[in-house]
Design a protein around this ligand. Structure first.
Ligand code: ADP
Ligand code: MG
Length: 760
């Protein structure tokens, strides 16, 4: 069965060579119960390790089933151990966190044993070693004698022809020791049993052969019972097989998953530590990703736009496909969109900057305002009341600052609403501020948007808003006068402009002399066409020239004095004028509730048949694109931090897994292949990682649902979408598998025995 020819084993430590044993000649047969004795240091353990393939030898040859083994590869040796050797150790080497049942089951799983028969077989073996009733007891809770019984059960489960036991009773009291020896003897039929012991008396009743070692040499080899060589030969044949071509059994996937799960949880402290590390990794990576997105948003969210004052992310500009005016049914349709906070009908006001002053020349106050609808002002006012007519307004102001200082004074006077850009009055009549309230934090932030520094929200009723809109529209319209075959573009033709005067009767138009010349003397009574154009409409009306004025006739015709200021004015009746500009809303804004979803909402509005535009998308950066440089630097720094985090996690995980070395050396001892160990470890880490990731996702959901409300966390998760989480999951998953793979490779850099000696 097993034959050693002049085998020697040397150890070299720092150049010092010591001898484990030398020139040993021995032959073992199936059916033998061999005891190896000798004083400490005589080479017994070393001999046993070489026999069981745990250790290599330097000299001579060892034959297993008549095959020489000096040329065996590590895999060949592992296979030999797995199929031929059952080890029993002084220190038991059970998986302490497993139950008795699980310890025995593990062996059968490693052997690729048929799943269906495992439970029955495990019970049978447990009964054989006298541990029935202890199946569910954890190995760590057993007495020494019981532990050794489990170890024996484990060796039996493998059904190997050879069982080697190194001082199996060394840690036991004499009573348990005697029982264990008896048990081994009972099970020794049809097997080769080799026991190392320095207490020969214990085994004496059972042994068939006694080998005494002394100083690395076999001092005595005494057969006590004759062996039945022909029977040994028959038995040997039943184990016959070519060791070097045998196939290794692989763990079935389901068993692997089951073991991986078991390993993930069976040591609570280790589980919690790993869990914490993975949560750290996940939150770290998610947080950094969030920070990059946040920075990106900060950088690209800065800029200006020549057309829009309000460039908040939640604003979607909507107009109709055919350029017509919005009707109530349009607004009703838009209301049903979802993600709509409100609809600003008088959308133009969002892009105006007006100021309020009591006097154009020497105003005592001068407050720059954002116009808003009255609804916005619904809150407890600090002073005063809500407006009751079109001449009244409410201010919303920050608690501190300029506006807080002057608002009281404003309420005592009437104010002009002035267009900041043109300096002209917007409303015919002065406004009265009848109350004020304070802005909340969010609202206060919007005062500084897009480079403007507003001091207050001016909230007015619908009637005032439409007056403001009309005044606004004038800015965006241009007029053309078709006169005597010529077209005068009032915007580009020097000095001409459209104005109103109640001196002009409806349907008539008063021209300055400079315009009347196109009619060649027959001006009065002539028909002219006036066109008012905007982005959305072209409105043409006919007028009869009622009068022509010049410096001298200005007073008479229009009752005006200052010709220098007036000159070039083309006058029509105020009601006619009004008709040109009282057009309703061609443009409205949808203010969304969730600005992250603005793009989606925009698409839906387009699907409904409108034109829609996210105002934020129209920003031009201040620096002409240079802001991507800090963003790139920021990203690089974060990538570096990520890398560092990866290695920190790797080392922490490595430290935690150190405690797993015993486990992995033990299962290697039981025949696990490199692939098995690596997959087991991967499964284990994968399970813990997934739980940690799930945990982080739950936290993220709680944050987004505002159940947890911490500013920093909000910032971290605000810009992450489902897609981002999927990507992060993939990256982190890969990371944890890489970690496991690396670690498993390291485990196998050592031979099984070295790993074992180091750990046990
Ligand atoms: P025993 O089991 O009979 O007490 P061992 O087989 O453990 O003896 O040791 C035999 C000899 O080999 C001893 O002299 C011991 O010092 C030496 N030895 C054992 N293991 C090592 C090792 N890993 N490195 C160096 N020397 C060793
Ligand atoms: Mg020893």
């Amino acid at each position: 069965m097993l034959r050693l020819e002049r085998v020697s084993k040397f150890y070299s430590n720092n150049g010092m060579v010591s001898t484990g044993f030398s020139k040993v000649d021995l032959e073992f047969f199936i059916g033998e119960f061999v005891a190896i004795t000798g004083e400490s240091g005589s080479g017994k353990s070393t001999l046993l390790n070489v026999i069981s393939g745990l250790d290599s030898f330097e000299e001579g040859e060892m034959y297993i089933m008549d095959q020489p083994t000096s040329g065996f590869s590590a895999e060949d040796l592992e296979r030999y151990r797995k199929e031929y050797i059952g080890n029993i150790f002084q220190t038991f080497n059970l998986i302490n966190s497993y139950t008795v049942y699980q310890n025995v089951e593990l062996v059968l799983l490693m052997c690729g044993c048929n799943k269906g028969i495992i439970p029955g077989k495990v019970r049978e073996i447990i009964e054989k070693v006298g541990l029935s009733g202890y199946e569910r007891t954890k190995a760590s809770k057993l007495s020494g004698g019981q532990k050794q019984r489990v170890a024996i059960a484990r060796a039996l489960a493998r059904e190997t022809p050879i069982i080697v036991a190194d001082e199996p009773t060394g840690n036991l009291d004499s009573k348990s020791a005697a029982e264990i020896m008896k048990l081994l003897y009972r099970l020794s039929e049809d097997k080769l049993i080799i026991i190392v012991t320095h207490n020969y008396d214990q085994v004496e009743p059972y042994v068939t052969r006694k080998i005494t070692m002394h100083d690395g040499k076999v001092a005595e080899d005494k057969r006590l019972t004759d062996i039945d060589e022909s029977r040994a030969e028959v038995l040997k044949r039943s184990f016959c097989g070519d060791l070097r071509t045998g196939e290794t059994d692989e763990l079935a996937f389901s068993d692997m998953a089951r073991l991986g799960f078991r390993n993930a949880f069976n040591i609570p402290a280790k589980f919690l530590l790993l869990f914490a590390v993975f949560v750290f990794l996940c939150t770290g990576v998610i947080g950094e990703y969030g920070a990059v997105m946040n920075m990106n948003e900060l950088v690209t969210g800065q800029g200006y736009n020549n057309f829009f004052v309000n460039t908040e992310k939640n604003r979607i500009l909507v107009s109709k496909e055919d350029g017509s005016v919005f009707s109530d049914s349009d607004y009703n349709k838009l209301e049903t969109l979802g993600n709509v906070e409100r609809i600003v009908r008088n959308d133009l006001m969002l892009d105006e900057n007006f100021y309020l002053t009591d006097d154009l020349e020497e105003g005592e106050f001068y407050t720059l305002c954002k116009t808003e609808e009255l609804d916005i002002a619904q809150r407890d006012l600090e002073e005063g009341r809500m407006p009751e007519n079109s001449r009244e307004a409410v201010l919303l102001i920050p608690k501190v600052g300029y506006a807080a200082g002057v608002t009281g004074e404003m309420m005592e006077k009437d104010s002009w609403l002035i267009d900041q850009n043109t300096g002209s009055k917007i409303l015919k009549d002065k406004l009265k501020v009848v109350g004020y309230g304070f802005l909340d934090e969010e609202e206060e932030k919007t005062l500084g948007d897009n480079g403007y520094y507003f001091e207050a929200y001016l909230c007015v009723g619908d009637e005032s808003l439409s007056s403001i809109r009309k005044a606004d529209l004038e800015k965006y319209c241009r007029q053309e006068l078709f006169v005597g075959g010529y077209i005068l573009d009032l915007e580009t033709s020097a000095g001409f402009y459209l104005a109103s005067s109640d001196k002009v009767p409806e349907g008539e138009i008063y021209l300055p002399e400079e315009a009347a010349v196109y009619l060649e003397g027959n001006a009065v009574g002539a028909e002219v066409e006036l066109t008012n154009k905007s982005l959305y409409f072209t409105d043409t009306r006919n007028f009869t020239v009622g009068a022509v004025y010049n410096r001298e006739t200005l007073k008479d015709r229009l009752d005006m004095e200052n010709y220098e200021e007036i000159s070039g004015g083309i006058f029509i009746n105020p009601d006619d004028y009004e008709r040109f500009f009282d057009k309703g809303n061609f443009q409205s804004s949808v203010i969304v509730t969730d600005e992250m979803m603005a793009e989606e909402t925009r698409n839906r509005i387009e699907e409904m048949g409108y034109r829609a535009f996210c105002v934020r998308d129209g920003l031009v950066s201040y620096s002409g694109g240079l802001e991507v440089i800090p963003l790139a630097m920021f990203t690089v720094i974060l990538a570096a931090i990520l890398l560092v985090m990866f290695f920190v996690t790797y080392f922490i995980i490595k430290l935690i897994l150190k405690s797993r070395n015993v486990y992995f050396s033990t299962i290697r001892m039981l025949g696990a292949t490199k692939k098995n160990c690596s997959s087991l470890l991967k499964t284990e880490l994968f399970v813990v990682f997934n739980l940690a990731f799930l945990f982080c996702i739950v936290i993220a959901v709680l944050i987004s649902e505002k159940i947890i409300d911490i500013d920093l966390l909000n910032m971290m998760t605000a810009y992450l979408s489902l897609k981002d989480y999927v990507i992060l999951y993939g990256v982190l998953c890969l990371m944890s598998l890489l970690l496991a793979g690396r670690y498993a490779r390291q485990l196998f850099r050592q031979t099984a025995m070295n790993a074992y000696k180091e750990e046990v």
